[in-house]
Design a protein around this ligand. Structure first.
Ligand code: GSH
Length: 141
């Protein structure tokens, strides 16, 4: 049985979507970021970086954090959604790294500076707006 520790954020939804997609049973554990539960000693034992999502796989005893690493682990465990051939696997990895290294962080920064910054900073909003628009080109192509 997989235990998924997560919350209702974009990164938090990624492993849940994959688990549903491949039909693997799992138990959901809510880590309420609003209450700071990501800093509890129980959760830090799963992810020393105090960020959701994380999983614990009872079958193997493995604990994993970072959404991309979780997706790769679950795909490899089930033999689904990740091609076995080198070329196909490289394509999936390229898009996964693109999401992890660019889309997630840049869209996240834009959301932060638009909605959560304590004071408006035009430079930051413009920078992340431009980068977000640029990243949408390969996504929409
Ligand atoms: N690179 C990490 C990012 C994880 C991440 O940023 N999680 C956010 C929610 S989407 C979080 O736990 N934030 C709580 C905090 O920063 O205190 C991943 O992909 O798993």
């Amino acid at each position: 049985m997989i235990h998924l520790y997560t919350y209702t954020t974009p990164n938090g939804r990624k492993p849940a979507i994959l688990l549903e997609e491949i039909g693997l049973p799992y138990t959901l554990h809510r880590v309420d970021l609003g209450k700071g539960e990501q800093f509890s000693s129980e959760f830090v034992a799963l992810n020393p970086n105090s960020k959701i999502p994380a999983i614990k796989d009872e079958d193997t005893g493995v604990t994993i954090f970072e959404s991309g690493a979780i997706l790769i682990y679950l795909a490899e465990k089930t033999g689904k959604l990740l091609p076995a051939d080198v070329a196909g696997r490289a394509q999936v990895m390229a898009w996964l790294m693109f999401q992890m290294a660019s889309v997630g962080p840049m869209f996240g920064q834009l959301g932060h500076f638009r909605r959560s910054a304590p004071e408006p900073i035009d430079y930051a909003v413009n920078r992340y707006e431009q980068e977000t628009l640029r990243l949408l080109i390969p996504i929409c192509a």
